[in-house]
Design a protein around this ligand. Structure first.
Ligand code: FO1
Ligand code: CA
Length: 318
């Protein structure tokens, strides 16, 4: 069995590659739920959704999230009522959130609901939310004032920061609300124990992988597996640029540099190998000096073929 620590779009592409790599092994994805939130009373799980739609071949190829051939009639209603629907939910997408919200209200936990959806959509990956408890990623940002009263510090829900403010404000701090009391599920602990190999997908280390690693016990489990050489992480940064999303900006705000080395530094204890793009071959020595084994290959997943190649590379390195 292969276990993959996963965030959104980058992880979804990687998992699609892994399921098409011709391996005769179970694939389990441990998925971030820190981005989850409730909108219009509906429980939305963006990372689980993105992976689900990608693996079910339903994803909107233009955005990398949401459903393709989508309609937005319910959004038109909201607009006509004078609402400000800055978080775009398409009609087909809403159906999934309604179903999830209903089952949760009936008493199922998120792991059970996710299993049910995965089964109906015939996914070939076992999707495990990292926890059944509530964890909310909160982003403290600096909003420049229009007058001369000084900048304002505001703490936003992740989706407000990411979507409503288009990840433009300067990030001062990220915290995972509820992480101290949240527990990884039994299924997650078992997967981390039994996996032949654990892959940290090319996702945002602070926003997507950070919450998973911060869950009680998960970091320790990974440190043990990494000490045995069983963990490989893939850099989400190529030549100093984030492949997608606000990672480079965030690392710029929170740290002094934003090339792949800073991600290697963050994962120093929880991985044994660290894969960088061939464009970053110059970083190999300094990553090896951190006590990691640096590996290079093409990491940009532009199509299924490149995703399959990256996935094969990640699970077959010695
Ligand atoms: N991302 C956006 O940039 N704008 C949206 O309006 C938006 C809506 C949305 C609805 C459901 C869903 O599952 C995901 C959605 N996303 C949207 C994507 C998502 O919020 C982000 O890409 C991730 O959270 C960042 O990894
Ligand atoms: Ca995400």
């Amino acid at each position: 069995m292969i276990a993959v620590l996963a965030g959104g779009v980058g992880a979804a592409k990687f998992l699609r590659g892994l399921t098409n790599a011709g391996l005769d092994e179970e694939i389990v994805a441990i998925v971030n739920t820190g981005d989850d939130w409730t909108q219009y009373g509906l429980k939305i799980c963006p990372d689980l959704d993105t992976i689900t739609y990608t693996l079910a071949d339903l994803v909107n190829p233009k955005t990398g999230w949401g459903v393709r051939d989508e309609t937005y009639r319910s959004r038109e209603t909201l607009l006509s009522l004078g609402d400000d629907p800055w978080f775009t939910l398409g009609d087909r997408d809403i159906g999934l959130h309604m179903y999830r919200t209903k089952l949760l209200a009936e008493g199922a936990n998120l792991t059970q609901v996710t299993a049910k959806i995965s089964q109906k959509l015939d996914l070939s990956v076992t999707l495990l939310p990292m926890t059944n408890d509530e964890v909310g990623t909160k982003v403290l940002v600096q909003i420049p004032s229009t007058d001369n009263e000084g900048d304002q510090l505001v703490e936003l829900d992740f989706q407000e920061y990411f979507v409503r403010y288009s990840h433009q404000p300067r990030v001062i701090r990220v915290r995972y609300q509820g992480i101290e009391v949240a527990r990884p599920t039994m299924e997650v602990e078992q997967a981390l124990l039994n996996a032949r190999r654990i892959v940290i997908a090319p996702s945002n280390p602070i926003l997507s992988i950070g919450p998973i690693l911060a869950l009680g016990g998960v970091g320790d489990q990974l440190r043990q597996r990494a000490a045995n050489g069983d963990v490989v992480a893939i850099s989400p940064i190529i030549a100093g640029e984030a492949v997608k999303g606000p990672l480079a900006q965030i690392l710029d705000s929170l740290m002094t540099q934003h090339d792949a080395r800073i991600v290697a530094e963050l994962y120093r204890e929880v991985t044994s190998q660290f894969v960088v793009d061939t464009a970053d071959v110059a970083l190999v020595d300094s990553i090896n000096d951190m006590g990691l084994t640096a590996l290079t290959t093409q990491t940009l997943m532009t199509d299924l073929d490149s995703a399959v190649k990256l996935a094969r590379f990640a699970v077959t390195v010695p």
